[in-house]
Design a protein around this ligand. Structure first.
Ligand code: CP
Length: 316
């Protein structure tokens, strides 16, 4: 039997499908803890988890904190704006100093692509990537997969087509979601203007998806693919990473009520958040009956519980 390291959660690109499905199954079984139908656990009592968030976050940081607390662990938060990173301390020095305090795991968000991998080579504890530059956001990809598989009623998405629309080129979310969704069988269409969804992404994502079974293709025509989508995942335009849009962007690539009506019956609308309302999604589509955006957020806590248990649980 091949031994596959499950130390760290750095990305989904090379995560074997068995491990990814195992995490989704574990997260699915933990959803009742998140919704309050089942009580909290104490599997990680006395564990200390450090949240190193050198980029801003609402969902991911709170979600990791809630997940840790639901498992009995304690968390400490270090934010970029109030840490010595603001005085020029390097990412590796920051992480090594926190690790030297004896924390059991480091959850890290940073602006540098590859930053989580880099840190994992310099500390002894497990490292969980909470988003690194434009590279990956693995727990987001897992939560997208969990929310969608819960909505569609199957962990096998073979035969399903998921559209990911918008600022793909800057999106770690799109990459991790594409790896996760193709891994469980879905076909993914990356949709946007060539400046945001260049054809080169097709080979990049398909070629890197080691254990995936679904396909990845790029498409400019959002309107044309709507009728074949089982879910439309809309992406935030990342102005802070230099994204530029033309004045017709919302008209061409926004999810309006008229576009939502062209989706097949039973198709879902997703967004990782934060939403630029009126740009990627109208209020009616963000908050409408097809939206599973808040289910994604709920799923995120379960996924992060599953990840923390995998890394720190009593089986280790
Ligand atoms: N989806 C996501 O990563 O949101 P935050 O940036 O608020 O964590």
């Amino acid at each position: 039997m091949t031994s596959v390291s499950t130390r760290h959660v750095l990305g989904l690109r090379e995560m074997p499908r068995e491990r990814l499905v195992g995490l989704l199954e574990s997260a699915s079984s933990l959803l009742p803890v998140v919704t309050g139908e089942s009580g909290p656990r104490d599997a990680l009592a006395a564990r200390v988890i450090a949240n190193l968030f050198l980029e801003n976050s609402t969902r991911t940081r709170v979600s990791f904190t809630v997940a840790a607390h639901r498992l009995g662990a304690t968390t400490v938060d270090l934010l970029g704006s109030t840490s010595s990173a603001s005085k020029g301390e390097t990412l590796v020095d920051t992480a090594r100093n926190v690790a030297a305090m004896g924390v059991d795991a480091i959850v890290i968000r940073c602006g540098a692509s590859g930053g989580a991998h880099l840190v994992s080579r310099h500390v002894d504890c497990p490292v969980i990537n909470a988003g690194d530059g434009t590279c990956e956001h693995p727990t987001q990809g897992l939560l997208d997969a969990l929310a969608l598989t819960q909505a569609l009623g199957s962990l096998d998405l073979t035969g399903c087509t998921i559209g990911i629309t918008g600022d793909i080129v800057h999106s770690r979310v799109a990459r991790s979601a594409a790896y996760a969704l193709t891994s469980i069988g879905a076909d993914v269409i990356l949709i946007g203007p060539p400046s945001m969804a260049p054809r080169s992404l097709e080979g990049l994502l398909a070629g890197l998806n080691q254990t995936g079974r679904g396909t990845v293709r790029v498409c400019e025509d959002f309107e044309g693919v709507l009728p074949i989508l089982d879910a439309a995942m809309m992406l935030r335009v990342q102005f802070e990473r230099g994204a530029a849009i033309t004045s017709d962007y919302a008209a061409m690539y926004g999810m309006t009520p008229a576009r939502a009506a062209r989706l097949p019956e039973g198709a879902f609308i997703m967004h990782p958040g934060p939403i630029n309302r009126g740009l990627e999604l109208d209020n009616e589509t963000a908050d409408g009956p097809r939206s599973i955006i808040l289910n994604q957020v709920t799923s995120g806590v379960a996924v992060r519980m599953a990840v923390l248990l995998e890394q720190l649980g009593p089986h280790l």
